[in-house]
Write a protein that binds this ligand. Sequence first.
Ligand code: PEP
Ligand code: MN
Length: 343
Amino acid sequence: MIISMRPHSSKEEIEQVCERIRDFGYKVHTIVGEERVVIGAVGVGDVTACLESLQAIPSVESAVRISAPYKFVSREFKKERSQIRVDGTVIGGGEFVVMAGPCSVENEKQIMDTAEAVAAAGAKILRGGAFKPRTSPYDFQGLELEGLKLLAKARQATGLAIITEVMSDRDVDLVAEHADIMQVGARNMQNFALLKTLGKCGRTVLLKRGMSSTLNELLMSAEYVTAHGNPNVVLCERGIRTFETATRNTCDIASIPVLNELTHLPVILDPSHATGKRSLVPALSRAAVAIGADGLLVEVHPKPEKAFSDGAQSLNFEQFRAMMEDLRPYLDLRSQSLAVKQV
Ligand code: PEP
Ligand code: MN
């Protein structure tokens, strides 16, 4: 259920409503907006009786049932798009936020050079895996703590915020000490122990769509993080498994407007994993701008041919710079058209 309080309701009135909801056996989650407070109630109970009881309270403007299986992340719960602040950058606030860097952190020079190059080209957030989920146990597994320290060093040198993957609930505290955004990889989208722990970590979470997951499942996973206390979740489309073999994954570009209808959370595209091929990354990035994504997660490496992982889909510095340059007129067009819509 979502309960909208009348504008400027008092603290006591809000607490009275929360008490009533709890009496019916539901958990309460409040969102304080500029004008009004919205209260979410989740759990199992007598919905009809609870709604009737709430509708009789004068300070309640409306109390409605949320039909979606996910509640806090649904558009029914919150109409305005969520804006998530990470350092000085706002994701979901109109700016197209580019996160870029190598698939894996390999050594100090590699990550420092990449951080400088992507920052100069306009990226706001540096990516780099320290814990790597690899299909083969014989492949490079990441530098782990040493990689996290190198990312922190790059952050210090460039001012870029850091996004890096956390693979296990055991590592959440350690990764949160070094990263600004905790990435949940496609293979871990339904690692519920991890999602629950991330609900308490106090950092923004970037949740990647599982390679065989529906959008409903993606949103249910986001609901785990939110229901456990962390509303700062960004969703990421990274391609799904289909019968097509020309690309590493099939980029479900339609997922972006679908998600924008279903949820208030920001949505970004990872064109690197979605295609597996660097030549396709710029075209998909343009598509992301046009279709309303809030940003990109792109793999960039000083020497893609020598990368420890995902070299074939990584751009070199010059290719990344050129792509960012090429995106500029599309981004200008997008902000103009948004400005026209707002008038
Ligand atoms: C990655 O970002 O390097 C990665 C492993 O991505 P995904 O989880 O989408 O495969
Ligand atoms: Mn990768």
